[in-house]
Design a protein around this ligand. Structure first.
Ligand code: ZN
Ligand code: ZN
Length: 303
């Protein structure tokens, strides 16, 4: 089952030639989720041939422009394209008001069902819970209210081993119980365990995005054991002072966070526009967390 993240943009603050501000598209079993929506995100979606109608949930970490200035445009274009499918936007207090103002003065009415859900910058919250996945927000430490997001696959019932079921002639009425974890005892009193009768279920995968934040212990519990962690790394450690003042993270600190959270793998991005080379970011993060990769715009990373 597909579970991957496509990096649409990983730049911060001011524009840089050929780079885009933060946005990423998560694909879980063909369910698409957009996380952050910096300027130009809809152009990036077009470039990648993504049909925006397939996106039903958009998550916005905070109200700095490099994370949401593309949203009004995207929501308007969905309207122009005749979208009818409902869309839910999760984001900080104020986001709905800002967008309503855009549409009010443009005298345009969004015709598709558009729902806003306010995120809580103080404590973790469950935002979405479907049959296959759940999404939670958690507080980060930034200059304005900001949350990270965590996507967790949900446990599925195992498939029965058809041949075994037939061989043992297990009555249909008992199959649900076996799927739920029960064993089977035949008429002769022999026990066949749940594990013997079912295929092992694949390991559950998870993805967490730590948007703009000062590296901090406070959010480690929310990203614990995550399979893939995308953490911002705005500066190299030589500019740690700057990171402290602006409430951002250095590449070294991003590596430390991944190690403390025992993440499976770390992706870093949100590089400050002052940098042209990113190899030093990788070296720095890898010095404390080996399984680190740089995000590259336009690349997908499997979770
Ligand atoms: Zn930012
Ligand atoms: Zn920010």
């Amino acid at each position: 089952m597909i579970f991957e993240v496509l990096i649409l943009g990983n730049s911060s603050a001011t524009p840089v030639y050929k780079r885009y501000p933060t946005a990423q598209l998560i694909n879980h079993n063909q369910q698409l989720f957009l996380v952050d929506c910096g300027e130009g995100t809809q152009h990036r979606l077009v470039q990648h041939g993504i049909k925006t109608n397939k996106i039903q949930h958009i998550f916005i970490s905070h109200l700095h422009g490099d994370h949401y200035f593309g949203l009004a445009g995207l929501l308007s274009s969905m309207n122009l394209a005749g979208r009818e499918r409902p869309l839910t936007v999760y984001g900080p207090k104020g986001l709905k008001e800002i967008l309503d103002m855009h549409f009010l003065y443009a005298q345009s009415t969004i015709k598709y069902p558009l729902r806003f859900i306010e995120t809580d910058p103080e404590k973790p919250a469950l935002l979405l819970d479907t049959k296959e996945i759940k999404v939670q927000s958690f507080p980060l430490k930034h200059r304005i209210p900001c949350t990270g997001f965590r996507f967790d696959e949900k446990e599925k019932k195992p498939n029965l081993i058809k041949e075994k079921i037939e061989e043992l002639q297990i009555p249909v009425g008992q199959l649900a119980e076996i799927k739920n974890g029960g064993d089977y005892i035949d008429t002769a009193g022999r026990i066949f365990t749940h594990e013997e009768l079912t295929h092992p279920t694949p390991k559950l995968r998870s993805y967490a995005f730590c948007s703009d934040t000062r590296a901090d212990d406070s959010y480690i519990p929310f990203i614990k054991n995550v399979s893939l962690l995308y953490h911002e790394a705005t500066f190299l450690d030589e500019l740690k002072d700057r990171a402290e003042i602006t409430l951002h993270t250095t590449a070294l600190e991003a590596g430390e966070v991944a190690a403390a959270a025992q993440a499976g793998k770390l992706l870093i991005g949100h590089y400050s526009s002052r940098y042209k080379e990113f190899e030093p970011f990788l070296e720095e993060a890898r010095s404390v967390f080996t399984n680190t990769e740089l995000t590259v715009e336009g690349s997908s990373y499997s979770i």
